[in-house]
Design a binder for this molecule. Structure first.
Ligand code: IVH
Length: 463
């Protein structure tokens, strides 16, 4: 045990640093939420996002103070844009905790078994890569459809939702609750995505990076005719208000929703963690045979009563987990390493590579994040590297494949901005290096202008 008297000066400093780190992570994660949910243009991988979120949770725990309700650890998604009318959800639309390896899923199972003694079943459902919507039916008629938004308030997209042929305007069958909310995922099939991108390219428009972005962009169109032309699909996976009366288990809920006219996905009931892990493995191949993209499997406790017993934490239920597929990895060679100057002056190393297809998209540039990462991975020009695209985001260099023979020199950080020649600065608090040129740097000026006119800011079309 350390019996040294505590130094109040040091404590104050540590506390200040802790607060600064928490604030920085909150701002950063809010920005990523905004990019992911509103701009449909994420800039970091799901794994990186998850790591940052967990780090924030850890630091908030160290602070030992109540966590503000708007911290990214307490919210889901991003607040809605103001183009569509806002709709408050009758009960929040939760998110799912992610797992990226077996250990995390075993932990999930242990946590549940600490609460539940009796045997129970998990239900396995594919995790569709689209966007969540809440459909409100009154007397069996569709009245309001809203996006998830930040989980509490979403955007009213009723007119656009009515153009999706998978979504019934009237519910089939008897005993339909007076008020019923159905929840599910709007998505785009692989074929519709391919044809849409062909159309985009013929029209000289930028193709969508993946079906998820295409679905999100298509649903949030101001003109429903545009949405109608985009061929969106829908699967129901749950219920909100009024859902309790429908079924006592998730599997029976899915069957009931199918009988009302909704598309639902295949599901499987699993007695224990071994069956669950075997189910996950079986999907790694099977996923290719589906007409749409899935990014993992969702495992939920089947019994609704047990779900209630296990309960939820701020953003996600404790009775469900999303076990994500690993990102696809591909080998290529680095032709050049360049330094890219961003909007805020941050200078990022980028590998320009021999073009290769990763997760369905041709890729010729990958981020190396920052100088520390670049030096840790020791990437050099001419190297053969493994790159990956996790989900929707920009590709990254994972590692160098064993190299023999002479290599190009080690890359070092530039002392001057590669664009404007101003001095490069690095603060103690961050790993990033920055150009000190401000608006006199043409790269910063261009990026700031692009940001200013973008959809999330002034939304100026046709610059
Ligand atoms: S259940 C309270 N089941 O994944 C549980 N979600 O990352 C809420 N998703 O917001 C969700 N397929 O948009 C559930 N079979 C499935 C799903 C699914 C895709 C989406 C959903 C959710 C997100 C969380």
């Amino acid at each position: 045990m350390n019996l040294e008297p505590t130094n109040p000066e040091l404590n104050r400093k540590a506390d200040k640093q802790l607060r600064e780190s928490v604030q920085k992570l909150r701002t950063e994660l809010t920005d990523h939420n905004y990019r992911y949910y509103l701009l449909d243009a994420p800039s970091i991988t799901d794994t990186e996002y998850d790591q940052k979120l967990r780090e924030l949770e850890r630091l908030e725990g160290m602070l030992g103070e109540p966590v503000p309700a708007d911290s990214p650890t307490q919210t889901v998604g991003a607040p809605p844009n103001h183009v569509f009318e806002s709709r408050e959800h009758a009960s929040p639309l939760l998110s799912l905790a992610n797992a990226f390896n077996d250990d995390a899923v075993r932990d999930f199972d242990h946590r549940i078994r600490e609460i539940v003694d009796d045997p129970f079943h998990y239900i396995a459902e594919p995790k569709i890569d689209g966007l969540a919507v809440n459909l409100r039916y009154e007397s069996g008629e569709l009245t309001i459809a809203a996006t998830r938004g930040d989980g509490k308030v979403g955007e009213d997209v009723t007119d656009n939702i009515r153009t999706i042929s998978d979504i019934p305007w009237h519910l089939d069958g008897n005993d339909i609750p007076e008020l019923l909310e159905v929840r599910g995922e709007v998505f785009m099939s692989k074929n519709s995505f391919k044809s849409l991108n062909e159309v985009q390219e013929r029209a000289g428009e930028k193709p969508f990076a993946n079906p998820r972005n295409a679905a999100a962009g298509s649903l949030r169109q101001l003109d429903p005719k545009v949405t109608a032309a985009r061929k969106l699909s829908f699967f129901a996976y749950g219920s909100g208000e009024g859902g309790d009366a429908l079924a006592d288990s998730q599997s029976r809920l899915l069957t009931r929703l199918a009988s009302m006219g909704f598309g639902t996905q295949v599901f499987e009931l699993l007695p224990d963690i071994d069956a669950l892990l075997a189910n996950y493995r079986s999907w790694q191949e099977k996923r290719q045979t589906l007409a749409y993209e899935i990014d993992g499997l969702v495992y939920k406790i089947d019994s609704i009563e047990l779900q209630k017993e296990v309960g939820s934490v701020a953003r996600a239920p404790r009775w469900a987990i999303a076990y994500k597929f690993p990102a696809e990895e591909v080998e290529t060679t680095v032709e050049r390493i360049i330094w890219q100057v961003g909007r805020t002056g941050v200078i990022t190393p980028v590998a320009e590579m021999r073009p290769v297809k990763v997760a369905g998209v041709m890729v010729s540039r990958a981020t190396l994040h920052n100088i520390q990462e670049l030096q840790r991975k020791d990437v050099r020009e001419g190297d053969t590297v493994v790159i990956r695209r996790a989900g929707d985001v920009i590709p990254e260099v994972v590692r160098v494949v064993a190299v023999d023979g002479e290599r190009a020199p080690i890359i070092t950080a530039p002392g001057l901005c590669p664009v404007c020649g101003s001095h490069v600065e690095q603060s103690d608090a961050e790993v990033a290096i920055r150009c000190s040129g401000g608006l006199s740097c043409s790269a910063q000026l261009k990026e700031r202008l692009k940001h200013f006119v973008s959809r999330g800011a002034m939304d100026i079309e046709g610059m």
